[in-house]
Every structure is written in C-alpha cells, then in structure tokens.
Design a protein around this ligand. Structure first.
Ligand code: TRP
Length: 334
C-alpha cells in the first residue's frame, strides 16, 4: 500500500505576484499540489499571519480573494487540493493555544524574522522590541499549528521558510516527548532555486526594487514593460550572449525547448536586435498567460464563487483537523 503522505503549504495574502514569483514559487507549488494524491494536499491562504502587520480588514480580504483567484486561474485544482482560508478553520486557533505551552520562549528568540526586527531596532537605537507584537513574536507557533493540525508530512516552501518548518518539527517533538506520539514530524521540502529571475533593470525581480512584471498585466502594459528591459548596447548585427540576457533567461521559462534553442541560436549568430528579441519574449509570455488572465478576471468578477470554493475547502480542512485536535485536547486535558 502506498504511504499516505500529506503535503501542505501556506500562501501569504499579498498583492499581485510578478513573473519571478510565478516561476520560482507559484507554478512549482501548483505542480506539486496537483501531483499529490487527491485529498492529501492542503493549500491555504494565511490571513491570520497577515494580522501582525496589516490592520486594514479590507486590504486583507481583498488580497485573500486576489491570491485565491491567482492560484485557481493558474491551474490549482480545488477539488483535488484542499484549498481554504486559514481563518475559516477555528481548530487552528485552538491548536495554537495548546502548542504555546510546549514551545520554549527561547526558540522564538531565535526566529529569523524576530531577530531581524531586533537588529533593525538596535541599529536605530530603539528599544529591542519596539514595534514587535505577540503575533509577530509567536508567528512560528501559529505556523506549527497550521502544519501539525492536518498530520502534515511534507511542507514545500522557499528557503526563507525552512527555519519555520524546522521549528514546527521541534515543537511536535517537544509535544510528543511529554504527551506521547500524537504528531507526525513534518519535513521541509525546499524549492530548488530557479536561479535568480532578473527584473527590468537586471537586478533580482522584486517589488522592493520596482523592477517587476506583474503576472496579469494587460497585453499592452505587459508589452510596454518587456520593451523596457535593460540590455547592453550591442548592435543588431552583433552576436549576443544569451546566458547574460534577462530577455533570454525569461524566455526559457515560457517557451518550449525547440523555441528556446532557436532563440539561443539567433542571439549567438547575430542579426537580431534586442527589440526583436523582446517582441518574441512578449509573445511567449502573453501566450502563456492570456488564458489564466481571463480566468482570473472572470473569478474576480464573481467573488461569491471564490468564497464558495474556499468555504468548501474549509469544510474539508475542518473535517481533517477535528480528530487531531480532539486527540490533543484529550492527552492534555483529559
Ligand atoms: N510563513 C509563510 C510565508 O511567509 C506562510 C505560511 C503560513 C506557511 N503558514 C504556513 C507556509 C504553513 C507553509 C506552512 O510564506
């Protein structure tokens, strides 16, 4: 019999992702979720985790729907994967409360995100904990609750989240030591680095640099951005190095192997200007994203439909969570 492996991942409710997010995180996650056996993959939008920084409920609710629509539009199958909004599963608040009592305070002191806040404060000559609320400080406990609540085995995440998953494993271990074998020990599965996805100016594509290409820009806007990609000043007739070109690098993620080989040859032989290369890139990106873009718009114009999909997911998530939470309650409180 095949081992019943549960995979789970959380998605932060942020604004429109860019091509770097799409290539590096979103598509790999959707592939993994769709490849897992039905009902054994969980994906949720971590709106409770947004609360330590965002106080505007409209902003959170809007971002939840947007990011849900992004994943659905790009092919996440919400029948196959249990797809829900974190705050719709109250069992997670309960487990969070229980886990607080087996989590050493010192573990939280070592969390990267908390330490980064402390370092910023120290550098600014402010109080160590200035601006740090308990939501931020105990973020890893809630994340452990997210993971342990469903008997998760594998947590696919980016390398920035590795420590959090290790903490969840530690917390499960502390708990099991005291109360017996209740939790499975989760393992992080760190996404292979796709290589740095460069933005318009050649630096890593990132909102903080303002050099991003949002995934669902309309074609005219998408084209305008792609035409702005910075290149060197080689003339059309000169041979060009595809391996240092942002245009070529992006193209490899949106075109098939034969087309990629063809563009490489055109770079290397000379005779093609960067303007033409950009047009080829635009066509490939636009072909890839035009159907998802339409699905995205359709979904966002029917927010009730998104809410219903997430509500259905929450029902299934609650059903999976209930027996585990019951067991925790029993072993802790009788
Ligand atoms: N902290 C994750 C992030 O910032 C989101 C997240 C919340 C998560 N809970 C999770 C990821 C549980 C994996 C498992 O991206």
């Amino acid at each position: 019999m095949q081992k019943k492996e549960i995979i789970l991942t959380g998605i932060k409710p942020t604004g429109m992702p860019h091509l770097g997010n799409l290539i590096g995180a979103i598509m790999p996650m959707i592939k993994l979720a769709n490849a897992a056996p039905a009902g054994q993959s969980f994906a949720f939008i971590a709106d409770l985790h947004a609360l330590n920084a965002v106080t505007d409920r409209h902003e959170i609710a809007t971002h939840v729907r947007e990011i849900a629509a992004v994943y659905l539009a790009l092919g996440l199958d919400a029948e196959h994967t249990i797809f829900f909004r974190q705050s719709d599963v109250p069992e997670v608040y309960a487990l969070n409360t229980f886990l607080m009592n087996v989590t050493p305070k010192g573990l939280m002191n070592r969390a990267h995100s908390y330490k980064a806040a402390v370092d910023r404060n120290t550098a600014a000559g402010a109080d160590t904990d200035a601006g740090v609320n308990m939501g931020l400080y105990t973020y890893p406990v809630l994340m452990a609750a997210d993971i342990l609540l469903y008997g998760t085995d594998i947590v696919p995440v980016g390398s920035d989240q590795k420590q959090h998953v290790e903490f969840a494993r530690d917390i499960a271990g502390y708990f099991n030591n005291i109360y017996g074998d209740v939790f499975k020990l989760p393992t992080p599965s760190i996404r292979a680095e796709t290589g740095l996805i460069a933005g318009l100016d050649g630096r890593k594509m990132s909102k903080s640099y303002g050099n991003q290409i949002p995934i669902f820009d309309e074609p005219a806007e998408l084209k305008k951005k792609i035409m702005r990609i910075i290149t060197d000043s080689k003339l059309p007739e000169e041979p060009k190095n595809p391996d240092v070109s942002t245009i070529f690098q992006l193209y490899t993620h949106f075109a098939d192997a034969a087309a990629v080989k063809d563009l490489r040859a055109r770079f290397e032989s000379g005779g093609m200007g960067y303007g033409d290369a950009k047009k080829i890139l635009f066509e490939a990106v636009n072909d890839y994203l035009s159907a998802p873009r339409e699905r995205y718009k359709e979904l966002l114009s029917a927010p009730d439909k998104i809410d219903a999909i997430l509500a259905h997911g929450a029902e299934r998530a609650r059903a999976a969570a209930a027996p585990i939470l019951d067991k925790v309650k029993k072993v802790m409180l009788g």
